[in-house]
Write a protein that binds this ligand. Structure first.
Ligand code: F6P
Length: 363
């Protein structure tokens, strides 16, 4: 029986979405002979009963398949759009479009909506995890994170040269919403001196002492600080209100605090990478993940499975119940994990575990 399979992308975009779409369309069309329809702008497209047939031949230009390596999503997406209040409208759209099944590509917010769709209505849905934040539980890899890390590392490399040329402290603010995976992994790979993440509080004094040590012990007069947008000061639980009051991001806030702390003696600049981290063509790693996830999701639809997410565990793609994923999401950085131990062992200041004194060095 020829299925009519819908596919949509939901939440913040990221490199690799089109690669996943390509894998779904190719596998569903060529292996199973199904029809695949793209739903524009995530659940909004379902509510508006909008769809576009995605055919394999339509995905190539004289044999070049553009979807393999173009960023963003050809279907469009909405971030913080539909909520759990619109579920019934979305379900009626699913039915009106006569879909036999749906593959939803999203991060933890979208996964909650996908799960609710199946709790409240009769729809077959398989999820593919994507987000540059890498905060989806029970999967070692998601679409989009690898490219974002590479983008940040490229920025750190560029900023290091100019920081060194001017003996400056360069603060690089990165995305990640409420978790620090991007800051931690790109910071280590980029050779940062200080990495500040939401999972571990830090203090201006701790940062200042570490920079002083770089100068005293290593005669290094510049420093690279990578700060996650959701990081917060150990000693100031009102950090967000202050940011809102001074209407700035964490990078700017820390710069102001450090200028104040050093009586304007430290020369600091701030670079906020923002949505650059969401752009670009997908890395090889993300293309691999997206292709494997797309194939696996289609096979789960063929097996009449539902309410599952394809996950990367121990080098394999396995199905995990969405409910279990959501219980573990958003998944933050493990304060006792090996990556933080690695950072400390490399002399990177990563904040204060006991909140009493700067702890930039491994034992
Ligand atoms: O969740 C992905 C993400 O890029 C976060 O890292 C960031 O905080 C947020 O989306 C930005 O959302 P928007 O694109 O709606 O500004």
């Amino acid at each position: 029986m020829q299925k009519r399979l819908g596919i949509l992308t939901s939440g913040g975009d990221c490199p690799g979405l089109n690669t996943a779409i390509r894998a779904v369309v190719n596998h569903a069309t060529l292996t199973y002979g199904w029809q695949v329809v793209g739903i524009p702008y995530a659940t909004r497209g379902l509510r508006k009963r909008q769809s576009v047939v995605l055919a394999v031949h339509g995905l190539d230009l004289h044999g070049i398949d553009p979807l393999l390596c173009i960023g963003g999503t050809i279907l469009g997406s909405i971030n913080k759009g539909d909520t759990l209040d619109n579920i019934d409208e979305v379900l009626s759209g699913y039915k009106a479009l006569e879909l036999d099944a749906l593959i939803g590509i999203g991060g933890d917010g979208s996964l909650r909506i996908f799960h609710q769709l199946q709790l409240q209505g009769n729809c077959q849905l398989i999820a593919i995890p994507k987000t540059i934040d890498n905060d989806v539980g029970l999967t070692e890899r998601v679409v989009g994170f690898d490219t974002a890390v590479n983008t940040i590392v490229e920025a750190i490399n560029r900023l290091t040269f100019t920081a060194a040329s001017h003996d400056r402290v360069m603060i690089i603010e990165v995305m990640g919403r409420s978790v620090g995976h991007l800051a931690l992994q790109a910071g280590i790979a980029g050779g940062a001196d200080i990495i500040l993440i939401p999972e571990i509080p830090y203090s201006i004094e701790g940062i200042y002492q570490h920079i002083a040590e770089l100068r005293q012990r290593y005669w290094r007069r510049f420093a690279i600080i990578v700060v996650a947008e959701g990081a917060q000061i150990a000693t100031d639980s009102l950090i967000y209100s202050q940011c809102e009051q001074i209407n700035c991001g964490m990078g700017q806030y820390i710069a102001e605090e450090m200028r104040h702390h050093s009586n304007q003696q430290i020369d600091i600049r701030v670079s906020v990478l923002g949505h650059i981290q969401r752009g670009g063509i997908p890395s090889a790693g993300d293309r691999l993940i997206a292709s494997a996830f797309g194939k696996a999701a289609v096979d789960l639809v063929a097996e009449e499975k539902s309410d599952l997410m394809v996950a990367w565990q121990n080098g394999e793609v396995v199905p995990i119940a969405l409910e279990s994923v959501l219980q573990k999401s958003p998944q933050g950085v493990d304060p006792d994990g090996f990556l933080l131990q690695t950072a400390r062992s490399l002399g990177i200041y990563v904040g204060e575990l006991d909140g009493n004194h700067p702890q930039g060095r491994s034992k």
